[in-house]
Design a protein around this ligand. Structure first.
Ligand code: ATP
Ligand code: MG
Length: 564
């Protein structure tokens, strides 16, 4: 953790950039890009890369492009493109008019490939995919030359033209770079540049039936856009020699690829393939299920863009991988929601309370504070009446030693209202379950003030039975029971570690009437219960809330401990 909230971050990438600015390597320019492949929704790991790329551009008065790396037509869809655009905007970043698609460069890439063939640096191979793998060798054994490696330039040009023209079936030929089959770096053993794929592309339709491979395409995209610092994750470190080789052989503008460690979070998976599987197999309700680590899932859950940006700043960037505890992300969220969220009262598991000495038809509008962090947020009225609901957990007929809330004969404070004392308990004759409490109130305690210095040990939240609104509340737990679900024991699958209790639905909660017009996406703190966000599933008859996060902050405790 090398930064606090407001300081300018300092990290190895910014050190490189500072150095490049000093030596005027790129004419004083800083131009980054965020290059998602539109084959899934963005997740919190992508948010780290987005904050990094857009953040660096902003810090250095530079530019950051949004570029869809749409080179694989099989897995890519418009739905993903739309969601990615929404998510990055929501995070608070702007690419102005610099929205690009790799597919717009296909013609240029093709010409570059022809240039390499003409230089004797690329050839059309007819080995099958299996044979290519077999010929590639291993880390300990050099590869072997393909029998097609020494075709003439003319023959290669001719065959590549026929590949493009659609005259060969899928998988029958590829274009490969001619580098070094004995290289210690497997990526340099004549990597494939183009494959044949008779597949409709979302943007180019059936114009192309050969598609460029990532390693070939990515450096070209960066070069064409004049990117200065091409920031990517660590798994591409071994690909950098190839990135450099292509650009050097072509003799074109050459950005600098820099790798950083990807974000991993505890108790979740961060691979699009796995997230897609959860969606397709119905393990979650969709990409935006509030348990998903996707940006759309976090948004629906109630995360704020500020909290995600702040989290990204706090974790910083480094060259070595690490796994961040989900508690830190939740801590950043609570810090922000504590400032932003209006306080309200909501009872998740209602227990009926009748105030025996309160007049039957009376209603009082009591003042409640909207946000103690901001006195300017003002107050609102909450109705108090003879029949109320309190939280079932806040009552014990037979209280254990450390239980200070309501119990027979005991007095507690109702927040903003009165002191009440429990005088009787009604139970279901069959089950013995407590169904209703009878209490008395002390009119001298209006507003929750303590008269004559009388002390109570607990303050409970409550709602008026008559005026409260019905609500459904969805409580969430970690999606996985294992800290690293991808670390599977023999033969197991990451799905074996799904938490069967990751979602609990409370169908008949009650919330105060001020929430009548709450719109989807609005965030609240339910006093004592956590932060909640209105779900789009809400209807006129029933508001649906997602619990974003409970109040208890384990990270804040850790920090406090460290400060001591
Ligand atoms: P996946 O492996 O899950 O399919 P990806 O890395 O292939 O993800 P891309 O769409 O290619 O997904 O990612 C776009 C950018 O986001 C890349 O530059 C990638 O390095 C970065 N990125 C992806 N995952 C993470 C992560 N967990 N942490 C940081 N950056 C990430
Ligand atoms: Mg990728």
């Amino acid at each position: 953790m090398n930064t606090t909230n407001s300081e300018q971050p300092r990290d190895f990438i910014r050190d490189i950039i500072n150095n490049d600015l000093q030596t005027n390597k790129y004419g004083g320019q800083v131009h980054t890009r965020f290059p998602p492949e539109p084959n899934g929704y963005l997740h919190i790991g992508h948010a780290k890369a987005i904050c990094l790329n857009f953040g660096i551009a902003a810090d250095y008065n530079g530019l950051c492009n949004l570029r869809f790396d749409d080179t694989n037509p099989i897995k890519e869809e418009q739905e993903y493109i739309d969601s990615i655009i929404d998510d990055i905007r929501w995070l608070g970043f702007d690419w102005e008019n610099r929205l690009y698609y790799a597919s717009d460069y296909f013609e240029q890439m093709y010409e570059y490939a022809v240039q390499l063939i003409k230089a004797g640096k690329a050839y059309v191979d007819e080995l099958s995919a299996d044979e290519i793998r077999d010929y590639r060798g291993t880390l300990t054994h050099p590869g072997r030359h393909s029998p097609y490696r020494n075709r003439s330039i003319e023959e290669n040009l001719d065959l590549f033209g026929h590949m493009r023209a659609g005259e060969f079936p899928d998988g029958s030929r590829v274009l490969r770079a001619k580098i070094d089959m004995a290289s210690r770096n497997l990526n340099m053993r004549d990597p494939v540049m183009y494959r044949i794929l008779h597949s409709e592309h979302p943007r180019t339709g059936d114009k192309w039936c050969i598609y460029p491979m990532y390693d070939w395409a990515h450096g070209l995209e960066d070069s064409i856009e004049g990117i200065t610092h091409s920031i990517c994750t660590l798994e591409f470190e071994d690909h950098r020699p190839l990135y450099d080789w292509f650009l050097d052989e072509l003799g074109i503008y050459h950005p600098h690829q820099i790798e950083f460690a990807r974000l991993n979070l505890t108790y979740t998976v961060m691979s699009k393939r796995m997230l897609l599987e959860l969606v397709q197999k119905g393990q979650v309700s969709g990409w935006d299920d509030p348990r998903m680590p996707t940006i759309s899932g976090l948004r629906r859950r109630g995360y704020t863009p500020e909290s995600i940006r702040n989290f990204s700043r706090r974790i910083g960037v480094a060259k070595t991988g690490s796994t961040i505890g989900i508690a830190l992300l939740e801590h950043c969220l609570r810090q922000d929601l504590n400032k932003q969220a209006q306080r309200v009262m909501g009872v998740l598991r209602p227990l009926r309370v009748v105030i025996d000495n309160y007049p039957e038809d009376q209603v009082e509008e009591l003042d409640a504070v909207n946000n103690p962090e901001y006195p300017g947020a003002g107050t609102r009225k909450v109705p108090f009446s003879r029949v109320l609901y309190i939280e079932r957990d806040d009552f014990r007929e037979d209280p254990p030693k450390n239980f200070f809330r309501l119990a027979p004969g005991r007095e507690v404070r109702l927040r903003y209202a009165y002191f009440i004392t429990c005088v009787d308990v009604s139970k279901d004759e069959q089950s013995g379950e407590v169904v209703e409490l009878h209490c008395t109130y002390d009119p001298a305690t209006r507003g929750g003030d303590s008269p004559y210095g009388r002390k109570v040990k607990a303050t409970l939240h409550w709602v008026s039975a008559k005026y409260a609104l019905e609500a459904e509340v969805r409580l969430y737990n970690q999606l996985f029971i294992k800290e690293d679900p991808t670390n599977v024991e023999d033969g197991a699958d990451f799905k074996a570690y799904l938490n069967p209790n990751s979602l609990e639905i409370l169908a008949s909660c009650r919330v105060e009437p001020s929430l009548a017009n709450a719109t989807p996406g609005s965030r609240y703190q339910f006093e004592r219960q956590g932060y909640f966000c209105v779900d789009p599933d809400s209807s006129a008859g029933k508001i649906v809330f997602n619990r974003t996060v409970p109040l208890r902050d384990t990270w804040a405790k850790i920090e406090k401990h460290e400060d001591k």
